[in-house]
Write a protein that binds this ligand. Structure first.
Ligand code: GLN
Length: 532
């Protein structure tokens, strides 16, 4: 059986250089060569998972098919590779410690003193190795979150040092740093990279490949200098220049021969360079759209685009599919009121009301739904967005003025959105929502069926509240139909208004399943409707 190769990606100089995108791009290139590849993210924070984190802290929380609440980088991995990730693809310090402490309580360490080395580092290595062996991947690319030198990432770097030592020949380290440009002297500076590599060396890790994030092309001199000071070959110095879309990065990395250098350093056959045809076709459509639409995303985290990362990316995929440039306007829902709504929304070709939690901005979202419904503007409501559509319809069409969700008003008279029965006894916040993939039966002759062209789909969830079944017949009579139903529990998963141009609300999150090569059908149809 061929052995799994392990590639670690570390970051230096600053955070946010795009380790996730470099990892996903390398994975894409190796996958296109016929290898089985997966990516894993090690996060140095103490939260067990990012599910309890405010999006302002860490951007969107991404949900996998098996119901893990994970770092948003896993979204990039799925969008690039077109394969599912799982709970084991995202490991946090909190989870590692929780496991080690549980084992200690269970008596598994047989009286030993439990320490960072070897117990925490062993647990880290176990989780990396397990991912490779359990699913027989050819490559596991493990991204270590944070920046080299952080106190928090030390155990991970130490685990990497041990891993490299124990599995010599099968492990490779890529270090991503920044080469700042000094406009005054017109120079790219390599000193921060040198220091960052020294920090890694102090921890006993010699990087095999250095990827340099830069605003300007690297000169031969810069490449030579980095190679000399950081003990790597010249081919192992890779340029990663700023590009207008993350989807360009795999092509840039191919040009820089990142994949070839990886294969060569791991002693593997290089073989033919993959053509990446479907990827290039997607990019061509992305760069040369024939039309343009403006879609408003009504949410409460608008200052932080990462909060709606998967939604933004889904529009890139669906836009290219339809030959459309989708321009997005993020609109703060707290600022919407009856007087200004039409001014703020009138230029939009489509309106998306975003997912979310809690009361803030909710009335603005309900107003945006009303505007879309009354003015026949294509509308997509996701999770809380769908719940707002249900509330709006109750208040303004069913004339149940006091309709609300019990999330917003515990004792409201008409709880058209209510806590799911199985949620009523839950008090813990972490990992306790309805999470991950659930089946949904699609009703024929509906907008949803027209999009999916299937009678049954599986979509990912992350919520506690649901459409209140008691009101269903009232809605159906008044013109809002339930067109997606969970076949096991009868929960309403999709609502739509048949006599509207395109008005669909979904209790699940379609954005988690949209990829470059498989744009999500609902986003495709929503963009198409916004175009007409
Ligand atoms: N807060 C709502 C719920 O828990 C919606 C969640 C969401 O939009 N992801 O049901």
């Amino acid at each position: 059986m061929p052995t799994t190769k392990y590639i670690f990606v570390t970051g230096g100089v600053t955070s946010s250089l795009g380790k996730g995108i470099i990892s996903a791009s390398l994975a894409k290139l190796l996958q296109s060569r016929g290898y089985r590849v997966t990516i894993q993210k090690l996060d140095p924070y103490i939260n067990v998972d990012p599910g309890t984190l405010n999006p302002y802290e860490h951007g969107e929380c991404y949900v996998t098919e098996d119901g893990a609440e994970t770092d948003l980088d896993l979204g990039h991995y799925e969008r690039f590779l077109n394969v599912y990730t799982s709970q084991s693809n995202n490991v946090t310090t909190g989870r590692i410690y929780q496991d080690v402490i549980n084992k200690e309580r269970h008596g598994d360490y047989l009286g030993k003193t439990v320490q960072i080395i070897p117990h925490i580092t062993d647990e880290i290595k176990r989780r990396v190795k397990l991912l490779g062996t359990k699913h027989r991947y050819d490559f596991v690319i493990t991204e270590i979150g944070g920046t080299v030198g952080d106190i928090e990432s030390l155990p991970y770097i130490e685990a990497l040092r041990q891993f490299k030592w124990e599995m010599s020949g099968n492990v490779l380290t890529i270090h991503l740093t920044l080469v700042p440009y000094l406009a005054a002297t017109g120079e790219l500076k390599t000193k921060p990279t040198q220091h960052s590599v020294k920090t890694l060396l102090e921890a006993g890790v010699q990087p095999d490949i250095i990827v340099l994030r830069t605003e300007h092309p690297l000169t031969t001199d810069v490449r030579k200098k980095v190679a000399l000071f950081c003990n790597v070959t010249k081919e192992a110095v890779i340029e990663s220049r700023n590009v207008s879309t993350i989807y360009e990065v795999p092509l840039r990395m191919q040009k820089e021969k990142l994949d070839e250098t990886v294969l060569q350093k791991l002693g593997m056959q290089i073989g033919e360079r993959p053509a990446l045809t479907p990827w290039k076709q997607f990019l061509k459509k992305h760069y040369e759209p024939k039309h343009e639409v403006l879609i408003g995303i009504i949410g409460k985290y608008v200052e932080l685009k990462d909060a709606y990362k998967s939604i933004n990316e889904s529009f890139v995929h669906a836009g290219a599919y339809n030959n459309v440039r989708v321009k997005l306007k993020h609109i703060q829902s707290d600022n919407l009121c009856e007087e200004t709504i039409s001014e703020k929304l009138k230029a939009l070709n489509g309106i998306l009301v975003a997912p979310g939690f809690g009361n803030r901005g909710i009335e603005g979202k309900v107003l945006a739904v009303k505007y879309a419904r009354e003015n026949n503007i294509p509308f997509l409501g996701i999770c809380l967005g769908m719940q707002c559509a249900v509330i709006e319809f109750a208040r303004n069409v069913l004339e149940l003025e006091d309709a609300n969700s019990t999330e917003m008003e515990l004792n409201c008279k008409n709880p058209v959105i209510d806590l799911m029965a199985e949620q009523k006894m839950i008090t813990d916040m972490g990992g306790s929502m309805r999470l991950g993939g659930y089946p949904c039966r699609i009703v024929k002759d509906s907008k949803a069926h027209d999009a999916y062209r299937k009678n049954r789909v599986v979509e990912r969830h992350r919520h506690r509240y649901e459409f209140n079944e008691k009101y269903k017949s009232l809605y159906e009579k008044a013109g809002m139909k339930a067109t997606g139903i969970n076949p096991d529990t009868n929960l309403v998963e999709i609502v739509e208004i048949p006599n509207h141009k395109w008005f669909v609300g979904v209790q699940f999150h379609p954005e988690y399943k949209s990829t470059v090569l498989n744009p999500h059908p609902l986003f495709i149809k929503f963009v198409k409707a916004s175009l007409s």
